[in-house]
Design a protein around this ligand. Structure first.
Ligand SMILES: Nc1ncnc2c1ncn2[C@@H]1O[C@H](COP(=O)(O)OP(=O)(O)OP(=O)(O)O)[C@@H](O)[C@H]1O
Length: 514
């Protein structure tokens, strides 16, 4: 009897269900870590996860799905793998890996996920955008026709770079690759171009030096620094350049010109190779996975000059790649040479001669920049390459102690003077007018026969003498007009006086000597 009185009536049960708050179904897809190590985790039980989806581990580490297989996921970790344990839970986020974008990033040092590394507090973002994006189509692209001034005589005169171009900086270790990229960023203090420096797999002290140089010059305020160091998870190094490109795209959409430096893609390729081998993808040439070309092509294809309809901005990419023993035909360098619109090759031979920047003009080329070069430069620098290549040939020949005729000797002395004029210390980008003055003076033979110290003194004096006399020339250069004969004459007369002052002799002192 007692049992019967306590048995809940079916109607009561239904009433209870109806009175209770409506059940809210929540979809929690949880998987488990099967194995973990070296920046990779294999996760099971998340059969519906998508490629590039962000996953969150119970330990707080995040990861990106790179491999989709029926019974397991290959996940690249974006944090230390030591924190992740086999057997721990993993959740789907239903989001692809994204980074914050917006003006709040300018002047900041952030990691590959956009989190601050400079201790200046949270980054204020306008939005979050996926790190992977489709490259703009052909109709959204315009011609590269505006110059990007690097402030380096050897580059602006002979291997000019245009806004929206992809120019590779290539060379052996310690040939000055980073210095060229950094000087180009420093020179943007004279322009409206916004810079992004993306350090991939570099030692902390090397990155700290770059940040210090940017801070000292005040250019950090106009630059975003994205860092994925060599001590961090290889997954961060892998996504860093894509994250930097996403940040650049935000500004290009607002019609801004952006310069992005990837320093360097050799480390990027190595990180991707490491991840791919750990994920047991089949290795190809030099053990790189088969899609390594696509990895770099889809990154650099996102750069360009865009039409008004597509935002009107531009993204100029300066990827850096390291060669070994000057082998330009190694796998990653040849891939990048074929993806980019030209390369600036830095030669150890010139480094040994203390010729900095060590740009080898015989091997360097700019496939589109010539159209973007200032017209004034085209006039002056047209013969530069020829003069230098003839000089280098003769220089080798003259080493045998052959007796030389006067014409050959004159050519040698002109070549040596022009090469000396291309020298430039680090962190000292030169404005266009000053470059023109120095190059015109050298090409006209004003430095012939001078010692190296004399050429340096002469160049300093010439640069210091750019004043009111040349304002007209400066304006015409800025307006991209060619040099008139009067301009050349004005430049040469200013240069001649400056040269006389530098050598302690009025006018051209060498005549007085004779
Ligand atoms: N214009 C210059 N004048 C004098 N020295 C320079 C110049 N440019 C670079 N150097 C020197 O050359 C060395 C190498 O420079 P840098 O670090 O830029 O080369 P890198 O090729 O990027 O090196 P890494 O292989 O380590 O990446 C540095 O000691 C630097 O001070």
């Amino acid at each position: 009897m007692a049992d019967e009185t306590h048995r809940p009536d079916v109607q009561d049960f239904i009433d209870l269900l109806l009175d209770s708050p409506a059940p809210s179904p929540a979809l929690a897809e949880v998987g488990t870590v099967a194995t973990v190590g070296d920046g990779i985790a294999v996760v099971s039980g998340l059969g519906r996860a998508l490629s590039d989806e962000l996953l969150v581990f119970a330990s707080g580490v995040r990861g990106v799905v790179l491999d989709l297989e029926p019974d397991r996921l290959g996940v690249v970790l974006l944090g230390p793998s030591e924190r992740v344990r086999a057997g721990e839970d993993v959740w789907r986020t239903h989001k692809v890996i994204s980074v914050p974008v917006g003006p709040g990033l300018v002047g900041r040092v952030v990691d590959a996920t956009g989190q601050p590394l400079d201790g200046k507090g949270r980054v204020t973002a306008v939005a979050e955008r996926p790190v992977e994006a489709r490259a703009p189509d052909i109709l959204s692209r315009g011609a590269v026709k505006r110059p990007l001034a690097t402030g380096l005589k050897a580059i602006d005169a002979a291997v000019p770079v245009g806004l929206g171009q992809r120019e590779l900086i290539i060379g052996d270790r310690q040939t000055g690759k980073t210095s060229i990229a950094l000087d180009t960023i420093l020179n943007q203090a004279r322009s409206e171009v916004l810079s992004i420096y993306c350090a991939i797999g570099q030692r902390g002290d090397a990155v700290a030096r770059v940040i210090e140089a940017l801070r000292e010059s005040g250019q950090l305020a106009n630059t975003i620094v994205v860092v994925a160091g060599d001590e961090e998870a290889p997954g961060l190094a892998y996504i860093a350049p894509y994250a930097a490109m996403t940040m650049a795209e935000y500004f290009a959409d607002q019609a801004r010109d952006v310069l992005v430096v990837f320093d360097d893609l050799t480390h990027h390729a190595r990180s991707y190779r490491e991840l791919s081998l750990l994920l047991r993808r089949p290795p190809g040439r030099e053990a790189f996975p088969g899609d390594i070309f696509y990895v770099h092509a889809r990154l650099l294809e996102r750069a360009g000059q865009f039409t008004e309809d597509a935002g009107g901005g531009s993204i100029t990419a300066l990827p850096v790649v390291e060669t070994q023993a000057e082998n330009l035909s190694a796998y990653i360098p040849t891939n990048l040479i074929s993806i980019t619109d030209g390369q600036i090759y830095l030669s150890p031979r010139l480094v040994r001669k203390n010729q900095f920047p060590a740009v080898d003009l015989g091997v360097s080329v700019s496939r589109v920049g010539g159209k973007a070069q200032h017209r004034a430069f085209r006039d002056v620098a047209g013969n530069l390459r020829v003069t230098l290549s003839q000089f280098e040939e003769l220089e080798d020949f003259a080493r045998f102690g052959t007796r030389l005729d006067d014409a050959t000797r004159a050519r040698l002395s002109r070549g040596a003077a022009v090469r000396a004029a291309l020298r430039q210390p680090e962190r000292d980008p030169v404005p266009a007018v000053e470059q023109l003055l120095v190059l015109l003076a050298a090409m006209e033979g004003m430095f012939d026969g001078l010692s190296e110290t004399e050429v340096v003194a002469a160049m300093d004096s010439i640069r210091a003498s750019v004043g009111d006399a040349l304002t007209g020339v400066a304006t015409r250069i800025a307006r991209n007009e060619p040099l008139a004969d009067e301009d050349r004459a004005a430049i040469l007369s200013v240069a001649r006086i400056a040269l006389g002052n530098a050598l302690g002799k009025p006018e051209d002192g060498r005549d007085a000597d004779a």
